[in-house]
Design a protein around this ligand. Structure first.
Ligand code: NDP
Length: 327
């Protein structure tokens, strides 16, 4: 541990749309935010090819390019953007203590958590190859479904997310084949009924993915197998959607913050960004298992910065709420 402790008014953890939006608002409100980017600067969007549903980009934009622009916008107003990984926190006192890379200690009057969530993947080499290439593997139907309109796709999973995404895809795609690994769904009965009653969704029970097939650039199909009979077969498809759950990146907060059973941070007051610890706020997918969109993450980033600013203003009379926030 270092001897020098840095004190900051506003520490933002994470560099997706939530973190950068919080930074833009906090910087414009004279909170001199310090933002730590984490392991994957730019967050989940850096693994997304084209973003076509973020308002303001009529021609679309690539995920990495959008994150560079958001970072520049945050820096333009004075956000101190740093490389580094937050390894430990102590939210037990009035001042919130945070350690960077297990060494540097920071004391923050306010903390905005924007650590996001990570989509789970099967882990097959062929799946990872086409995911990296941006060639037809996705964990977000709402983000990428549009690119597969009138085409055939495969989706893996049997929870509420998989059902919701399969149904969403069925309205765009010619055919959706759903691979369910057990002989029953995990999803609620109503969600299961919805996919079962959709004509262009074919459900294959007891079926797992053997390999994602492709031509070296893009996905051309899936080789699946029935785990009861061992039979292998190929399904032609241009898109392979994985909907087997997300893991929120919240492990380091579990001793201090209220989390649900999956690890999502629970908002202490619904409709705000407040957590159960005063001065600690959350934005983006770390607290959102429902919407999980860049635009909703950005919106809650804005809320977190405004909540942090008001918290500071109420606590410290010398910190004035700047009017710039509301411009
Ligand atoms: P879940 O954990 O509920 O479901 C994951 C699904 O993926 C399960 O069917 C699981 O199979 C399957 N799966 C996991 N690993 C693999 C694998 N390696 N290969 C094949 N299949 C696999 O995650 P969800 O994201 O669906 O839902 C998370 C939470 O969010 C839930 O509480 C859900 O109810 C909620 N939610 C609610 C919605 C709504 O109400 N509108 C919409 C979306 C989510 P198995 O069952 O065999 O373990």
């Amino acid at each position: 541990m270092s001897d020098t402790i840095e004190s900051v008014k506003c520490l933002i953890i994470g560099s997706g749309p939530a973190g950068y939006t919080a930074a833009i608002y906090a910087a414009r409100a004279n909170m001199a935010p310090v933002l730590y980017q984490g392991e994957q600067p730019g967050g989940q969007l850096t693994t997304t090819n084209d973003v076509e549903n973020f308002p303001g980009y009529p021609d679309g934009i690539t995920g990495p390019e959008m994150m560079i622009q958001l970072q520049k916008q945050a820096e333009r107003f004075g956000t101190d953007v740093r490389h580094g990984w937050i390894t430990e926190v102590d939210f037990s006192g009035d001042v919130h203590k945070v350690w960077v890379n297990g060494e540097k200690e920071i004391h923050a009057a306010t903390v905005i958590i924007s650590t996001g969530a990570s989509a789970k993947y099967l882990g097959l080499p062929s799946e990872q190859k086409y995911l990296q290439l941006g060639g037809g593997v996705s964990a977000c139907a709402v983000c990428d479904g549009f690119f597969y309109r009138n085409q055939d796709v495969v989706i893996v999973g049997a929870g509420d997310s998989a059902c919701e995404e399969a149904h969403y895809l069925s309205k765009l795609c010619r055919k959706v084949t759903m691979l369910v690994r057990r002989d029953e769904f995990r999803a609620s009965k109503i969600m299961e009924a919805r996919v079962r009653n959709t004509e262009n969704i074919e459900i294959l029970m007891n079926t797992e993915t053997d390999e994602v097939l492709g031509d070296g650039q893009v996905v051309t199909g899936v080789r699946a197998f029935n785990n009861k009979t061992g039979e292998k077969f190929e399904i032609p498809a241009t898109g392979f959607f994985v909907a087997i759950g997300h893991k929120p990146n919240t492990d380091i907060f579990k001793d201090f913050l209220d989390l649900d059973e999956t690890g999502y941070i629970i908002n202490a007051e619904p409709g705000t960004s407040k957590t159960n610890v005063e001065g600690v706020f959350v934005s983006g997918d770390a607290a959102d298992h429902v919407y999980r969109q860049a635009i909703t993450a950005a919106g809650t980033g804005c809320m977190a910065a405004l909540d942090a600013e008001r918290y500071l203003a109420a606590k410290d009379a010398s910190f004035e709420v700047s009017t710039s926030t509301y411009n």
